[in-house]
Design a binder for this molecule. Structure first.
Ligand SMILES: Cc1ncc(COP(=O)(O)O)c(C=O)c1O
Length: 455
């Protein structure tokens, strides 16, 4: 070993060094692809893992992903959430194949849209009607617009720590220098006019009753209060009391309440967080799971709000449309998955909660008995490992740790993929023995890093 390599090993630790070598060794095709880069791509669409280099996936089956070099990994990406029953679910594959034989894009609707709409409507007492678009971001954009039209007011309130997609009105985040209980907003990234965070989107503190006072104070300006009933940045289920308080104050103040269920819909329960908490919002957005792995966004709600899409009953009509809205492939995939989830909900959702809780409990027990400052937060099958032993109340308490990236590299070395956003999911295809392997891989990664002096 040369002096330089020896020094690097000392700096990095021998386990970190050897997992890098192992991964580089066994992923030459991904490495070549990453090095070659994509001269025509401004950015990779999404990052799977970025260490030791971007991995490229060739195929997916059940709980597994296989990379270009044929290495198989346990998949904790689940397509960034949508794949509730696992990858390449056979009934969806068959439905897509059958639809392809009939052509896959007509513009003019077939019968499928109404069928999927009926299924969504049947999942929630808060839904009379739905409209389809192509992503969660489009859904939240349309929902904000509809709320402004219905209420005649302008300001949309978002919670600290939330994510609602990529359009200008969703990309206002709490300024972390502002007061925790009364946050102010800043736009995220270049290109978004500051006027949006100054005049049109305001911030509320999550899990903090001061939010209710702010709503009372600004009720005459607030068109909509938007919440992820479970924030993916702070995945936990003990939100009932806060959500009920929020429902009550929005009703009292005549302000519309939206549940953004893009990530939680058909994942936390068949009826999403609405069913889990027994709360009816005035607008709901869905995406991810409801498309069975195909691109989708859905705005749903009671007629009084959904009238904004048709201009019925003197409600001012908003402009809404989209070339691919209600795409036949998405519709048949959505119908197939929702029929399956509906039919098997009594088995699927308890299983997802049980296994998600098992991962959380076993990893947390391991961390506390080994004095490791980390904790697994989970809301059923959605989870996030936080590198801090402190109590977490809101997303403000969660920072990115320096060791985080290194941890996921080790996990990859133990053949488990968590995507670059570090939010992990399991699916119904992650059977107990796979979950055992996941837990073991997490524990072993902690041990590797402790041996290297990193934890
Ligand atoms: C709660 C929530 N809303 C909206 C979105 C945006 O959805 P999409 O990525 O499909 O645009 C996401 C995506 O993760 C989300 O989690």
């Amino acid at each position: 070993m040369s002096m330089r390599v020896e020094n690097r090993v000392q700096e990095m630790g021998k386990n970190s060094q050897s997992v890098r070598e192992k991964l580089i060794d066994r992923t030459p095709k991904s490495s070549e692809m990453a090095l070659r880069g994509h001269p025509s791509l401004a950015m990779e669409v999404v990052q799977t893992v970025d260490m030791p280099h971007q991995l490229y996936i060739d195929k997916a089956e059940g709980p597994y992903l296989t990379d270009l070099d044929g290495n198989q990994y346990i998949d904790l990406t689940c397509g960034f959430g949508p794949n509730v029953v696992g990858n390449r679910f056979e009934p969806v594959e068959k439905a897509l194949a059958a639809q392809i034989k009939k052509g896959w894009h007509y513009g003019i609707p077939g019968a499928e849209q109404a069928h999927l709409a009926e299924l969504i409507k049947g999942s929630s007492p808060a839904v009379d009607e739905v409209m389809f678009c192509n992503s969660g971001s489009e859904a939240t954009m349309f929902a904000f617009r509809a709320a402004r039209a219905v209420s005649g007011k302008r300001v949309v309130a978002l919670f600290d720590g939330s994510y609602h997609g990529i359009h200008d009105y969703a990309l206002v985040k709490a300024d972390h220098r502002s007061e925790r209980s009364d946050p102010t907003g800043v736009t995220l990234g270049a290109g978004i006019p500051e006027e949006i965070s100054q005049n049109l989107v305001t911030m509320l503190p999550n899990r903090d009753s001061n939010a209710f006072d702010i709503i009372r104070k600004y009720k005459d300006e607030l068109a909509l209060v938007v919440i992820e009933p479970v924030q993916s940045s702070n995945p936990r289920l003990d939100n009932k009391e806060f959500l009920q308080g929020l429902r009550d104050v929005c009703t009292e103040c005549d302000v519309l309440l939206m549940f953004d269920e893009v990530i939680t819909g058909f994942r936390i329960e068949y009826g999403g967080c609405q069913q889990y908490y027994g709360i009816n919002p005035d607008i709901i957005t869905y995406g991810k799971a409801v498309g069975g792995g195909m691109p989708i966004g859905v705005v749903a709600g009671p007629r009084k709000v959904m009238n904004a899409f048709s201009g019925t009953d003197d409600t001012p009509a908003i402009f809404a449309g989209g070339t691919f809205n209600g795409h036949p492939l998405t519709m048949v995939a959505g119908i197939t998955i929702l029929e399956y989830l509906k039919e098997n909900q009594d088995e699927i959702y308890p299983y997802l909660h049980e296994q998600g809780n098992r991962i959380g409990t076993e990893i947390n027990d391991f961390c506390s008995s080994n004095n490791i400052a980390a904790q697994m937060m989970n809301a059923g099958s959605m989870m996030h490992l936080i590198f801090s032993g402190d109590h977490i109340e809101s997303a403000r308490d969660i920072g990115r740790s320096k060791v985080e990236k290194e941890f996921y590299l080790h996990l990859l070395g133990h053949n488990v993929i968590v995507p670059g956003i570090h939010l992990a999911f399991i699916s119904f295809a992650h059977k107990p023995e796979i979950v055992d392997q996941v837990i073991e891989a997490f524990k072993q990664s902690f041990i590797d890093m402790r041996e290297d002096g990193l934890l």
